[in-house]
Design a protein around this ligand. Structure first.
Ligand SMILES: O=C/C=C/C=C(\O)C(=O)O
Ligand SMILES: [Fe+2]
Length: 329
């Protein structure tokens, strides 16, 4: 029997994401009033939130800032031992920043950056949300009752980051945290986008080329409904309340997820998933490689309207788009 390079199963999931907003309270209102999320804590500049089927104290942190963008991304290891193994590997890359005591909702975490400079952390100790008696659902696998506000999202799904170098960032997470490559967009050998995961999902994180080589940007943060009809409900609600819908309900080719994209009041792109697309169980999954020329109308949108140029060229913080062609090349 030939030996096979076994996957590294030390990272379990995307635990939480911090986004930055110049309109903190307007952003909080978007996530609570329209997406039914709950504020579980506030510090002087940050608000902590969860969706009603998130078991942890929070999965989203919104921090007041001059500009929109991403604050940090947190991964949960599969065990305390796995956490230490991954920290050892990250330290060898020289991109480690060191341990922090933790934050509201989690214990100590090891901070690092990916090659493009996005701030990340990996942890084990988390605080589970404490459900008040009146809030407990009779559906025992649901931590709290379905909220009676807006069209409530159920859980955090994934993050998509814009980077000056998708290949370097993809390889960093594959080599050091055990992510597996699921789908990739290439153009004459240049990697323009990667969808990578540590689970059966197609991605917990995706990287996309920032067309002008800007570093450290957010493309989008995604929450999950699991029911395509919910996207039509929330699109109707958001349209009536003047929230910008960049891409109406649509089926992706890449990931096959049913999705839509909106711009929250702070300026960040938020993706909403009807269903999360196909599931991967093959331990030897062969990455699906798309040539960029085949993507428009197939990889981005399988069924639905064309993606606007803004989807390919703009993330947050907003920077001048010098050449729109670069994004498509
Ligand atoms: O060609 C672009 C496909 C994008 C897919 C996603 O952002 C996703 O699956 O969430
Ligand atoms: Fe996405």
């Amino acid at each position: 029997m030939t030996s096979y390079q076994e996957p590294i199963f030390d990272v379990a999931q995307l635990a939480h994401v911090e986004i930055l907003s110049p309109k903190l309270e307007k952003s909080v209102e978007f996530f609570t009033r329209f997406l039914g999320m709950e504020v579980t804590a506030r510090s002087e500049k940050s608000v902590y939130l969860r969706a009603y089927e998130d078991f942890y104290h929070n999965t989203l942190i919104i921090t007041e800032s001059e500009q929109a963008g991403v604050g940090h991304i947190a991964w949960r290891a599969t065990s305390p031992q796995a956490l230490l193994r991954r920290v050892e590997e990250i330290e060898k890359t020289g991109l480690g920043k060191g341990w922090i005591d933790g934050d509201i909702g989690h214990g100590r975490a090891y901070q690092f950056t990916n090659p493009d400079g996005h701030l990340m952390e990996i942890l084990w100790d988390v605080e589970y949300y404490h459900v008040e008696e009146g809030q407990r659902s009779k559906l025992l696998n649901r931590p709290s009752k379905r909220p009676d506000r807006g069209v409530p999202v159920r859980r955090l799904d994934h993050i998509n980051l814009m980077t000056s170098n998708p290949l370097a960032d993809t390889d960093f997470l594959i080599d050091n945290l055990g992510f597996r490559l699921r789908e990739q967009i290439q153009d004459n050998g240049h990697v323009l986008g990667s969808w990578i995961s540590v689970s059966n999902l197609v991605h917990e994180i995706a990287y996309m080329q920032e067309p002008n080589g800007e570093k450290g940007k957010l493309h989008h943060l995604c929450y999950w409904y699991g029911i395509p009809q919910n996207l039509y409900d929330v699109a109707d609600l958001l349209k009536d309340h003047g929230v910008s819908i960049e891409v109406p309900p649509n089926k992706h080719g890449i990931s096959q997820a049913f999705c839509m994209y909106v711009i929250e009041p702070g300026g960040n792109r938020i993706e909403l998933f009807g269903d999360a697309g196909y599931i991967i169980t093959d331990p030897a999954w062969k990455p699906v490689i798309w040539d960029m020329k085949d993507v428009p109308g197939n990889g981005d949108t399988w069924i639905g309207t064309d993606f606007p140029v803004s989807w390919w060229t703009q993330g947050t913080p907003l920077t001048p788009v010098k050449s729109e062609e670069v994004a498509k090349s």
